[in-house]
Structure formats: structure tokens, C-alpha cells
Write a protein that binds this ligand. Structure first.
Ligand code: IVH
Length: 702
């Protein structure tokens, strides 16, 4: 039975309504419905599409995330090259005059001729993107690359709700390429980094890098979680769209078609007005919700742009006019230290408050003693502070000419012989840049960080155990070690409900999450311990190599060096960690309350039962979570990929397997269920006995 005309009309009207709400939210910045109402309409459309799959269209708002990871980003040749803009080196007002004079000269204008009209806009600090619409539908999104060839990021860009999947017009042009900048707002960036930290994942240095990293993901499901924004600023190839006469007209046209266009723009006549714009934006820069690195002036009339043409790969009709670096001088009032998870003491400059790059800075990092010496920074000095990448403030150096009299050098070990948080001794190894507190878990600063790391998504994955809660648990002396989390006498309904910002319901959820985390993998457990220099990959290698915890605990440096990719530094960190009695105690307590499956150690030169094999997981497995299955496969030396291809050796399929299963069947890839996977992972029985069942024997033949 096919969908009735009423159903078709309802589906269309829901799509149109959702697009209108997206437009109101992202382009007009004037939301028309509360989130809950939007979600309701969205779910309604999802349900109708589930009931009538033939009505699903790729440009439906429900189809933004495809769920297929790509093995790599394909390259795309730009039909119209993506050029760069010349940068005016003079950052003062005079820079605008130089540009205007150059334009007038190139156009052959006399002094008595009227001023040239310019479109002035912001220079966004993100990444250029080309969005290709054919007959109104987004068919491709590509990065700038080298200008001639970029990378195909279509499935990632499709996840961005601020970019229309379909142009808002009933008469779409056959081809319209829209160009603009993908960026991340500062508040979104801060939130993303906080979340990354809580999950024990990498921090981004600035919004630009975060935007670039998010856009170039192979798995668009990750991009979908990242808060990316977009501003349109120009065109690529155009067929069948009546071009307006001016650049300003193009931006108005793009806005009407559904694209966010920055409102900080103006059409101005003459150099003086450009310089005024530059100055006005300089004062506004700090209050903008996103980073810019200057302003851009473009000759407004397209006919004049054409007359001016290009020099090498830059248009003669546009220039970027930047701002000077954001550096200011202030007084260094003192040097404090911050204690990190592994006890590292980071010196932090306490500064006389100073306004730089849009915020008042009172602290800035000094990195370590070596940096303080190299920069010869002393308490009482005037120092130069920079907001690096517009985000993290740092002390660039001292201004020795402004030093009044003799000031003592700062010696971290002398200033902090004991940890300011717990009073334990501070030590610094001979070749080490970093001084460390020896307090381990008795140091509240280290304890908080250790528990946060332990709970992080990629470690034990305890949802809901964030910084606020951990701080309170440690400060109220409810929890002293990660093992305490599993002690019902310490962490229970009553103790949790007594914390700030913790209702009964969240307490219940947190207890459930703690309970769920009891079943884990050896690799996660090793990573969760937070041993210095032991990241997720090393933890997986260790788990695979030793197979069980006892073998790891017994390993000396020499044994550790046998593990692939473990060098002397990592081996030393592990031995040092295990030599601490309090770490041994916590490990013993934890292993009594956690469960993971262990396997026989993988012999030094045996590459693992699945070495060289690529597996893909799909559907819901009866007992293993996706990440657990992945860990088991990786522990056996196999690789888990997100998509099925000719190179896939096995597809492990659970219930509700979809397109991956179909593809595997088409390609003749062997399909396993969970039981077959587990059977394969059983280590070979000792010595000469034959492998159980003939399936295992066959499966390893290529
Ligand atoms: S116009 C032919 N306008 O700056 C001119 N670019 O060096 C093409 N950018 O990679 C670019 N804000 O990512 C233009 N308002 C703006 C811009 C802008 C930032 C970036 C863009 C490009 C680079 C050009």
C-alpha cells in the first residue's frame, strides 16, 4: 500500500514547517517555537517516514546524519577555484587608504571622480567551504584545500542545521555554489572543551581548530555532536540564477535562500568610511560571540570587480585588513601553582587585571620552570600577555626595561617545597621539566582529577559524574579514591541527594551509571587508572599483551618494554605507579568490585588471533555493548572499521542490522553473530590440540 495524498501532504508540510523554524532560528536569530515543540514536529515526521519509507527524501530534515563513517575524505575539484584574499599589512587606518588608492588607480579613476563603493564585512576565523546546490538540493560540500582541489565533507556539513539541505525557493537555479565560512562560536567552543575534558578527550586550542577538526571527521555522527556555525560570503559556480548588481545584493539574495549572513556589514563609499568601519569593529570585536581576525573590504559593484580581475591567485577587488596581535602589558603580581591529575605543578601568573582580546585576564599560564627561566619572568615585573589563538592567555615575556631594582628569580621548587593542596613533598626529576606533588590520591587536587578521569566516557564511562559532583564528593570527604564510588556505605541515595544540584532522580541515575560501569574491559580499566603516559591506545596494547591484570601487575620494566609501542618512559611511569602502595590498594579494591573478561596473554611474537583482520560491527549484539565488542576485537589484534567494503573480513551482526548487513552480503563478506565472534576470540588451547570446530580453521584463510 502506498501513502495516501493526505499523508504525503502532511509529510511535506512538516518538512516545510521544520525548515521555517530552522530559518527563523539560524538565519533570523528569532526562534519561532520552543525546542520541545520543534522536537515534537521532528518526531512526528520521523514516525511518518518510518511508516512510509518510500516518502523518505535525502533533503528531509530527518536525514541529516547518515550513520556511515567514511574510510577517508575524497577529493573534490572546484569548478571555480577558491581564491584567497590579499592581506593589507598596515593594520592602522592607513591600510584602508592604500587599498582604496590601489583600486582607484587600477580603475583609472581621477581624484575628482566620485568615491568607490565598498561592501565591508568581517573576516571570520574559521574554514572556507563550498556548498553546491543542484536544482535547489545540497549535493556537495567541499573544503577549500589548495584552492583548486578540496576535500569532500558533504555528509558532515549535512549534519549542520544552520545550512539548508534545500534552498528556500520554488524556482531553484540548476546550479548554485554558495561559499562561506564554517566556524565555532566561542561559547560553543568553551562548552565543547569542557565536555571533552570531562570525557578525558583531547582539548582544542581554539575555536578555529575545533571547527576544522569537527568538519574533517570521517564519522559524521561525531560532527553532528559538534556545534558548528556558518556565514555565507560569496559564490562559486552559478547557472540560472540572475546575479544581483552588487556584492551586498548577493548576500541579501543568499539570506533569502536560507543562509545565515553576518549582520555586521555595511556598504560604504571611500577610504575614510572603510577606516571608520575597521575602527568600529575593533571596539566591537570583544563582544562578538565568535573570533574574527580582521575585516574584509570588497568592491561592491560586480561589474567593477570584473574590470579589476585578479593578480596571481588573489582578486584585486578585495582585501583583508587585520588587527594588530592582541598583546598588552600588565604587572605580574605573583605566581601560583595548579595541581593536575598526575600531580604536575603548573605555574600560573597572577596578573593585575587587564583587558585583552575581549576579556579581562587575571591569570595566564607560565607552563613550567624552564619557560619562566627562558622568558626571565620575575614577580613584580611588567609582562606582556597575549591571548593566544584568541583563547588561552599566556605570558609572552617580561619587559626588562621596566624592571625597578633587583627582583629575585622565581624558583618553583623553593616556593613550593610542599604541595599547596595537600602538603606532600614536591619533587622534580633530573631531566624533568615538570615538578610534581607526591601526594597521589591523598592530594585533593589529584584525587578530583583522578576520579574525573576514571569516570570519563572512554575510561569507565560513568555518565553524570562531572566536575561539580566530583568536587563536592571529594570536598565533603565522601569519596577519597575511585574505589569509594562503588562502596554503598559511602555513595548512596542519601549521600548523593545531599549534594548541591543533585535531585533524587539524578542521584538515582548516577547510581545506576556507577552500577553499569562495574562490567567493563581490562583496557578501559587500565586507562581509567590514569597512569601517567598511558593513554587509551597504550592501555589497549597492555591489555592485549598481558591478557589479564595479574600479568600486568607483575611486569617489570623489561617485560613492559616487550609491549608494542611501549618505550622506556611509559614503562617507567607504569612501574612507578605500581610501586606506590596506595595505588596497589586502590587497584585491589577496584578489582574486587569490577568485572571484565580476561584472556591468555598474547605471546610476544604472536600477532593476535585477529591480527590483520578488519571487522565491522552492526546492529545490537545480545550481550556485548558495541565498545566492548570493539575492545575484544582490538585486544585480539583486529581492527574495527565503521563501514563495510571489499577489504572487510567479517561483519559482526546483531539484531536490527540494516544497510551494512545488506552490503556485506552483496560483497560476499563473512557474517558472524556474537557467539561466532566470541568463539573466534577464544585463545588456541595449549599446544598440539586441534582447533575446536572447523569454522575457526577456515575463517583465517584469506
Ligand atoms: S571572500 C575571492 N570574505 O579568508 C575572495 N573570505 O584569504 C574569497 N574569509 O579562505 C574569499 N571571512 O576562509 C571572504 N568575509 C569574508 C571572509 C573570508 C573569512 C576567509 C576565507 C578564505 C580566506 C581568504
Amino acid at each position: 500500500m502506498s501513502a495516501s495524498p493526505e499523508i504525503c501532504a502532511q509529510v511535506e508540510s512538516l518538512r516545510a514547517e521544520l525548515s521555517r523554524h530552522d530559518y527563523a532560528y539560524y538565519v533570523l536569530a528569532a526562534p519561532t517555537v520552543p525546542d520541545a515543540e520543534y522536537d515534537r514536529l521532528f518526531r512526528q515526521l520521523q514516525q511518518l517516514e518510518a511508516d512510509w519509507p518510500e516518502l523518505v527524501r535525502p533533503d528531509s530534515p530527518t536525514q541529516r546524519v547518515s550513520g556511515q563513517a567514511a574510510p577517508e575524505l575524497a577529493s573534490v575539484d572546484h569548478v571555480v577555484p577558491m581564491l584567497s584574499i590579499r592581506t593589507e599589512t598596515d593594520t592602522t587606518a592607513a591600510g584602508a587608504e592604500t587599498f582604496d588608492a590601489r583600486v582607484r588607480r587600477a580603475l583609472g579613476l581621477e581624484e575628482t571622480d566620485p568615491p568607490v563603493e565598498y561592501a565591508a564585512e568581517l573576516k571570520f576565523d574559521g574554514l572556507a567551504i563550498n556548498l553546491r546546490y543542484e536544482n535547489g538540493v545540497l549535493v556537495q560540500a567541499a573544503t577549500r584545500g589548495d584552492g583548486a582541489t578540496g576535500e569532500d565533507v558533504t555528509s558532515n556539513v549535512r549534519t549542520m542545521r544552520c545550512i539548508p539541505l534545500r534552498l528556500l525557493t520554488d524556482a531553484p537555479p540548476p546550479v548554485l555554489e554558495v561559499r562561506g565560512e564554517i566556524y565555532m562560536r566561542r561559547d560553543d567552543f568553551e562548552r565543547l572543551n569542557a565536555a571533552q575534558e570531562a570525557r578525558g578527550q583531547k582539548q582544542f586550542v581554539n575555536p578555529r581548530n575545533a571547527a576544522a577538526g569537527s568538519l574533517r571527521q570521517l564519522d559524521s555522527a561525531i560532527t553532528a555532536q559538534r556545534p558548528l556555525s556558518f556565514f555565507a560570503y560569496g559564490l562559486g559556480e552559478v547557472q540560472g540564477w540572475a546575479l544581483p548588481d552588487t556584492h551586498g545584493g548577493i548576500l541579501d539574495g543568499l539570506r533569502a535562500l536560507g543562509f545565515p549572513v553576518c549582520e555586521h556589514r555595511a556598504v560604504l563609499a571611500g577610504a575614510a568610511a572603510l577606516a571608520e568601519f575597521h575602527a568600529r569593529i575593533a571596539t566591537l570585536r570583544a563582544t562578538l560571540p565568535f573570533d574574527i581576525d580582521g575585516v574584509v573590504y570588497k568592491v561592491n559593484r560586480l561589474a567593477l570587480q570584473q574590470a579589476l580581475g585578479f593578480v596571481s591567485r588573489e582578486p584585486r577587488w578585495a582585501v583583508a585588513h587585520k588587527y594588530p596581535a592582541q598583546e598588552v602589558a600588565t604587572r605580574l603580581l605573583g605566581i601560583d601553582v595548579q595541581v593536575g591529575r598526575t600531580g604536575a605543578l603548573t605555574p600560573v601568573a597572577r596578573l593585575e587585571p587587564v583587558f585583552v582580546g575581549g576579556v579581562t585576564v587575571t591569570n595566564a599560564t607560565l607552563h613550567n620552570q624552564g619557560e619562566i627561566d627562558r622568558k626571565d619572568v620575575r614577580v613584580g615585573d611588567w609582562v606582556i600577555v597575549r591571548r593566544a589563538g584568541d583563547v588561552i592567555p599566556e605570558v609572552v615575556g617580561a619587559i626588562p626595561e621596566r624592571r625597578e631594582g633587583e627582583l629575585p628569580r622565581f624558583d618553583l621548587m623553593a616556593a613550593y617545597p610542599v604541595c599547596p593542596e595537600c602538603g606532600s613533598h614536591v619533587v622534580r626529576g633530573e631531566d624533568e621539566a615538570v615538578a610534581r606533588c607526591t601526594g597521589g590520591l591523598i592530594c585533593p587536587a589529584q584525587c578530583k582529577q583522578a576520579i574525573l578521569h576514571f569516570a570519563a566516557r572512554r575510561a569507565m564511562g560513568i555518565d553524570g559524574l562531572g566536575e561539580q559532583i566530583v568536587n563536592q564528593l571529594v570536598e565533603n570527604a565522601i569519596v577519597k579514591t575511585p574505589a569509594d564510588l562503588y562502596n554503598p556505605a559511602l555513595v548512596n541515595d542519601d549521600t548523593l541527594a545531599g549534594l548541591e544540584r543533585m535531585g533524587r532522580k539524578s542521584a538515582e541515575n548516577l547510581l545506576k551509571a556507577i552500577e553499569t560501569s562495574r562490567t567493563t574491559t581490562l583496557a578501559r580499566f587500565i586507562f581509567a587508572l590514569g597512569i601517567r603516559n598511558v593513554g587509551e591506545t597504550t592501555a589497549k596494547d597492555l591489555a592485549r599483551h598481558f591478557g589479564g591484570l595479574d600479568a600486568l601487575l607483575k611486569a617489570d620494566e623489561e617485560a613492559l618494554l616487550q609491549v608494542p609501542d611501549v618505550g622506556p618512559v611509559v614503562a617507567r611511569s607504569i612501574v612507578d605507579f605500581l610501586a606506590e602502595a596506595h595505588n596497589q590498594t586502590v587497584i585491589a579494591e577496584l578489582r574486587a568490585v569490577l568485572h571484565w573478561s580476561e584472556s591468555a596473554p598474547v605471546a610476544m611474537d604472536a600477532p593476535g588471533l585477529l591480527a590483520g583482520k578488519t571487522l565491522v560491527l552492526t546492529g545490537t549484539l545480545p550481550t556485548l555493548r558495541r565498545d566492548e565488542a570493539q575492545a575484544l576485537i582490538e585486544a585480539a589484534g583486529g581492527k574495527v572499521s565503521g563501514s563495510v567494503s571489499k577489504k572487510t573480513h567479517f561483519l559482526v551482526a546483531g539484531s536490527d542490522a540494516g544497510s551494512k548487513l545488506e552490503k556485506a552480503q552483496q560483497l560476499g563478506v563473512t557474517v558472524l553473530d556474537e557467539a561466532a565472534l566470541l568463539a573466534m576470540l577464544k585463545p588456541a588451547p595449549p599446544q598440539a590440540e586441534p582447533l575446536a570446530g572447523d569454522m575457526q580453521g577456515n575463517l583465517f584463510e584469506d
